[in-house]
Write a protein that binds this ligand. Structure first.
Ligand code: NG6
Ligand code: CA
Length: 503
């Protein structure tokens, strides 16, 4: 009798919240690129409407204190995949297109957690975590030795780095798509190769000119100067205006094929990264130029995924999460007039800084989630949550044990992520240039030399040779540095940051 009551008591929370043991929802993590805290109408944008993404908030949960670990792409994705702070490993900064794989293949990864739970896993979209063996040149003309498949994805359709970096080709699992063997690809980031025109020497050939001094003026592909040089692979090169549609169709195909199995889809959008090249359907459709147009395209993409789930009648049992890999930037290298056409729109909302910054604008990002069977519609949560915690959270959800060497910085916050509690993690270290520690509404940014403003992108970096302390509970815009007022707090937080860094 006693045992029965005990058992019931143990089961009760699960029953109350509708989470049955052994539950296996499909999970789709939609990872947008460079979308800011203020870029969606559900987060206060008024000059642009994102009804499909907003639908996730209406039918699910919207987080106001959700974070990427870092203010750029590669480190944020490294943390998402491994559950480890990227600054613990060398070489996790923004990678060139010919970089080696930076995720250790012998350790636990987010997709492996799902695989262990019997899921089919796929990565569709931007990769940017390197390919092939360490310190080996990638041969693009034979099967690529290491990539998403080796990290835990059963299926992968992706481009290697960013759409402004060569090689501008799609890869399916290990092979460059549509490659003509008689026109082999070569890539170089150190020197010019081949004799194709470059943005530097032939600017008259560009349909989207580069911003002055940003680079982006090497090999021209599809009328756009790229970072890095490539030669060959003419038939395999993408058309930028088609990228969103290509990735969407691959994502939809994976969902359709796996509608009967539990699946995990990491859907990593190219939007709204530069070069912003919307398809015909969205060109000129926003009031904000190309950056606005690709926001609409991104929102449409999310809508198509939701439609597909409805059509297959699997919406009820699918958890859809939408977030972004870092904060917003307006001029990131191409003359797309984003700065002048974004007047009246605050891409970072009330936050200071943006992409590349140690201020909140760099890392506090939109995060919405819908799982009709479990998450109460219309929930708003201010729990401190971070992408680095997905790995421990899902491992916890599936009752898996995590080896002590795996996912070392990841906490199981599944109850916060599903809206069952408003308590998330207690503290978080984030990375702009400088590292910061957030705990209980306080944010400490460590001293760092260097420019306070990165002129190219006009970003406030957060660099300051003196310690900074902000009371986010009253000052979300980090306007007043109160370090001098609370020296003991500064000392304690600096010591804590040091301790975690050394752990
Ligand atoms: C920067 C690029 C920027 C963008 C970024 C990566 C320059 C001057 N700027 O180095 O255009 O590509 O890297 O963005 O080269 S991220 O979202 O993938 O981190
Ligand atoms: Ca990014």
């Amino acid at each position: 009798m006693f045992l029965r009551i005990l058992l019931l008591a143990m089961l009760l929370p699960a029953i109350v919240f509708g989470q049955k043991k052994g539950q296996k929802p499909n999970v789709i993590f939609i990872y947008a690129d460079d979308v800011g805290y203020g870029d969606l109408s559900s987060y206060g944008a008024t000059k642009i409407k994102t009804p499909n993404i907003d639908r996730l908030a209406k039918e699910g949960i919207r987080f106001t204190n959700a974070h990427a670990t870092s203010a750029t792409c590669t480190p944020s994705r490294f943390a998402l995949m491994t559950g480890k702070y990227p600054w613990r490993q060398k070489g996790t900064g923004v990678l060139p297109g010919d970089a080696s794989l930076i995720i250790p293949t012998e350790r636990l990864t987010l997709p492996k957690v799902f695989k262990q739970a019997g899921y089919k896993t796929a990565s569709v979209g931007k990769w940017h975590l390197g390919l092939g063996e360490t310190n080996k040149t990638i041969n693009w003309n034979s099967p690529i030795t290491k990539g998403p498949n080796e990290v835990g994805f059963d299926y992968a359709y992706f481009f290697p780095a960013t759409s402004d970096r060569v090689p501008t080709v799609f890869v399916e699992n290990h092979d460059v798509q549509d490659l003509d063997k008689n026109d082999p690809i070569e890539v170089d980031y150190a020197k010019r190769i081949g004799n194709e025109p470059t943005g530097k020497e032939n600017p008259e050939l560009l349909k989207l000119p580069a911003s002055p001094d940003h680079g982006h003026n090497n090999t021209i592909v599809n009328g756009i100067g790229r970072i890095g040089w490539m030669t060959g692979g003419k038939q395999a090169r993408w058309t930028d205006e088609e990228i969103a549609h290509v990735f969407l169709s691959k994502a939809e195909q994976f969902i359709e094929e796996n509608r009967a199995d539990p699946f995990f889809l990491y859907f990593s959008l190219n939007d709204i990264h530069v070069p912003r090249m919307p398809s015909t359907q969205f060109k000129g459709k926003s009031q904000m130029g190309l950056r606005g147009d690709v926001i609409l395209q991104m929102d449409w993409t999310v809508g198509e995924i939701l439609k597909k789930l409805d059509e297959l009648k699997i919406s009820e049992n699918t958890l859809v999460i939408f977030s972004s890999d870092n904060g917003p930037v307006l001029d990131d290298g191409y003359a797309d007039r984003a700065v002048e056409l974004s007047k009246g729109h605050s891409a970072a909302g009330p936050l200071r800084g943006g992409k590349y910054s140690a201020f909140e604008g760099g890392t506090r990002v939109p995060w919405l989630a819908r799982w009709p069977q479990t998450i109460k519609p219309g929930t708003v949560s201010d729990a401190l949550v971070c992408q680095i915690d997905l790995i421990a959270s899902f491992a916890g959800f599936f009752l898996q044990k995590v080896d002590f060497e795996d996912a070392v910085d990841s906490f199981n916050t599944i109850d916060a992520l599903l809206g069952k509690t408003k308590t998330g993690r207690e503290y978080l270290i984030k990375q702009g240039g400088a590292l910061s520690l957030t705990r209980g509404g306080w944010k400490y940014i460590e001293p760092r030399e260097g420019k306070a403003i990165q002129e190219l992108t006009n970003t406030e970096t957060g660099n300051n040779p003196k310690p900074q302390l902000y009371d986010l509970s009253k000052d979300i815009g980090e306007k007043t540095n109160v370090a001098d007022k609370y020296p003991a707090k500064v000392k304690a937080m600096a010591a804590e940051l040091e301790k975690i860094r050394g752990a």
